[in-house]
Design a protein around this ligand. Structure first.
Ligand code: ADP
Length: 378
């Protein structure tokens, strides 16, 4: 009998874990590369490769056992993906796509050159740029590190010159180069997932995302916006994926501004927190379509199975071992789907799991999700 195909994943966090569950359900195997063993995805992988992408030996081993390689974050230096490709292994998203995304300035320039609407932005090179920035994009603005930013780490809101120098210094110390972006007065933040293979492209329902302290907290599907906005957001998301020559699954984060515009905030070339609701909320989850897409298989339906879905992240409420304090309370409501990521340690604010509720009544399921989140201590 032919051995099952093995999908290599760079990174072993919750996105890799949920992708691995989807892959294994369909009969595929998983190889996970992570710095430590027993990572959330490593726990269920067929092959755990301890180490990181700087080791060519490790990448050779990964290429030898995997039929295709994917990743769970855009921070892997695209040159290392090029190396994997040079070994004859397909990588989705490709090194070219990652090279257009991982530096936020290059990402914005790529999208802008494809006429995709964005907030105004500017490269920031040295301390004397403050006046130039204000002249170009106004006040307030956001200083962003071009690389390695996540959950708002790497962003600073600048309201005056007094904020600028300390933020500039602390961001450049941690993250090399910066950009400045106009502060968007948004009515709502939206996000949409797009799955693409060589043969087809499919859009998931548009969602509203609500962040707390710059971290995605609540996702509401579908977003309650008018038809024009709904359609426009989907079109912009598809154009964005085409602009970066993307294959696999993509999350596109959008601002819906108070004056009715849709602007791209950023794109993620991988499963995305705004798509977790698709596990129970859609016919085919973002993770399953990700696996199907990297194997260039037919994609599954992205339709919702119920009219509404709500997802709330379970962020760590304490520092210590990651054990749910009371499963009976967490599972009290019979509509709750509980996901715990298998991280060893909980930390205040760390993404430890999520809950999803689907149903006919948007208000009711939001209430159930909020109550469950409040009562679930991890
Ligand atoms: P990260 O890459 O760290 O996730 P983002 O750039 O997406 O960071 O920013 C995180 C959050 O900060 C956004 O979801 C949004 O709430 C806020 N934010 C980011 N950029 C802007 C902006 N230009 N104007 C207003 N709010 C912003």
């Amino acid at each position: 009998m032919k051995k099952p195909e093995i999908i290599g994943i760079l990174g072993g966090g919750q996105l890799a874990r949920m992708s691995a569950f989807a892959a294994k359900r369909m009969g595929f195997g998983i190889a996970v590369v992570e710095k430590k063993k027993k990572s959330p995805a490593g726990q269920i992988a067929d092959h755990e490769l301890k180490g990181w992408v700087n080791s060519s030996q490790l990448l050779k081993k990964l290429a030898a056992i995997s039929s295709v390689v994917t990743l769970e974050n855009e921070f892997v230096d695209y040159h290392r993906l090029e190396y994997l490709e040079s070994l004859g292994r397909n990588v989705f998203p490709s090194s070219q796509t990652i090279s257009l995304i991982q530096d936020k300035l290059i990402q914005k320039e790529t999208l802008a050159s494809n006429n995709i609407p964005l907030p105004r932005f500017l490269a920031v090179n040295h301390k004397t740029d403050y006046e130039e920035i204000v002249e170009s994009i106004g006040l307030p603005f956001i200083l962003k590190s071009r690389k390695m930013g996540y959950d708002g780490y790497g962003n600073a809101l600048i309201k005056s010159k007094a904020d600028f120098l300390p933020a500039f210094d602390s961001l450049t110390r941690r993250h090399s180069k910066l950009l400045a972006e106009e502060f968007v007065d948004f009515k709502m933040e939206l996000a949409v997932m797009v799955a693409r293979t060589k043969k087809e492209i499919r859009l998931y329902p548009l969602t509203q995302t609500i962040q707390k302290n710059h971290i995605c907290h609540t996702v509401i599907a579908p977003a309650q916006v008018n038809n024009r906005v709904y359609k426009l957001a989907g079109e912009i998301a598809i154009e964005s994926v085409l602009a970066v020559k993307g294959f696999g699954i993509f999350g596109v984060e959008l601002f819906y501004t108070n004056d009715g515009k849709i602007l791209v905030n950023e794109m993620a070339p991988r499963p995305h927190n705004s798509g977790h609701y698709t596990i129970e909320g859609c016919c085919t989850s973002q993770f399953e379509n990700h696996i199907r897409a990297v194997l260039n298989l037919p994609l599954g339906s992205t339709e919702m199975v119920m009219p509404h879905a709500v997802m709330i992240n379970l962020l760590g409420k304490r520092n210590g071992p990651a054990i749910v304090k009371d499963y009976s309370t967490a599972l009290k409501n019979d509509k709750v789907h509980l996901h715990i990521y298998g991280k060893e340690e909980s930390r205040i604010g760390r993404k430890m799991g999520h809950i999803t509720v689907i149903g006919d009544n948007a208000d009711k399921i939001l209430k159930i999700a909020k109550r469950t989140e409040k009562n679930t201590i991890i």
